[in-house]
Design a protein around this ligand. Structure first.
Ligand SMILES: O=P(O)(O)OC[C@@H](O)[C@@H](O)c1c[nH]c2ccccc12
Length: 273
């Protein structure tokens, strides 16, 4: 079993337990069920913004503990003040050390699009995402049959949520694209082997139809790389570890975005204010 298989096996069990404990009717009573979704698609593709989706991630199967002490309130507020376009909050507990409460906290303190970063395999988790205040869900092509992925995307859209589909190779991309997606992300990291190469993003960019907002994910640590990816056609950049590794992730994000903005100005993408 590769790590993705293990995560999915655990997720199936988790969903079965949770859904018998907390019924959908209860989730639907959450105040967040009534609130409007903040569009990730709009924020990330806005040329006046950085396109950076800053992630809150305590640990991961590939890196172990990244940051055990960062607080979601300070980090998420700091990320947005630093100039992030959106937030990504890991809610998987077992493998990534996150939880739903993190997302609820981030929602309380920020008006911005929030991605629920988890391994979604069931409608229940999508209702749960809405109930904790998420705006966008992740669907991972490597973890779902194309038909099932489309069903889940349609269901998410019926709740007003946006959908980011993540792929790692051309085959996943071609077999899983469907009209209910809003954003397509290329994960530079294989969830099966943990190998990371930003070439994955460069190789796939032109194969993603332009109707989708294009995101490059993982292993991004240099403003120059973002600039090159932007020139290649990406609007969004998902960054976790290079911020979270710091004892003050929001400060790391601030320094990074300052350097990135400088690069954008010198390349004529944006005007100096
Ligand atoms: O920490 P990084 O290398 O900057 O990566 C962030 C994000 O892309 C990564 O956490 C991620 C991408 N796809 C995922 C799917 C599940 C869990 C995590 C992820």
């Amino acid at each position: 079993m590769n790590i993705l298989d293990k995560i999915i096996a655990n997720k199936k069990q988790e969903v079965a337990e949770k859904s018998s404990l907390i019924p959908v009717k209860l989730l639907e009573r959450s105040i967040f069920f009534q609130s409007d979704v903040v569009s990730m698609k709009a924020y990330v593709s806005d040329p006046e913004r950085t396109g950076i989706i800053a992630e809150f991630k305590r640990k991961s199967p590939s890196k172990g503990v990244i940051n055990a002490s960062a607080k979601v309130e300070t980090t998420s507020i700091g990320y947005m003040q630093a100039g992030a376009s959106a937030l990504s909050i890991l809610t998987d507990q077992q493998f990534f050390g996150g939880n739903n409460e993190d997302l609820i906290q981030a929602r309380k303190f920020n008006f911005c699009p929030i991605l629920r970063k988890d391994f979604i395999i069931d409608e229940y988790q999508i209702i749960e995402a809405k109930s904790i205040g998420a705006d966008c869900i992740l669907l991972i092509a490597a973890a779902l049959e194309p038909k099932r992925l489309e069903e889940l995307a349609i269901f998410a859209k019926s709740l007003g949520l946006e959908v980011l589909m993540e792929v790692h190779d051309q085959e996943e991309l071609e077999s899983s694209l469907n009209d209910s997606l809003d954003l397509v992300g290329v994960n530079n990291r294989s969830l099966k082997t943990f190998d990371v190469s930003v070439d994955t993003s460069f190789d796939l960019v032109n194969k993603i139809p332009n109707q989708f907002v294009k995101i490059s994910e993982s292993g991004l640590s240099k403003p120059e790389t973002l600039l090159a990816l932007k020139k290649a056609g990406y609007s969004g950049f998902l960054i976790g570890e290079s911020f979270m590794r710091s004892s003050r992730p929001h400060q790391a994000a601030y320094n990074f975005m300052k350097a990135y903005n400088k690069a954008l100005i010198s390349e004529g993408f944006i005007q100096e204010k």
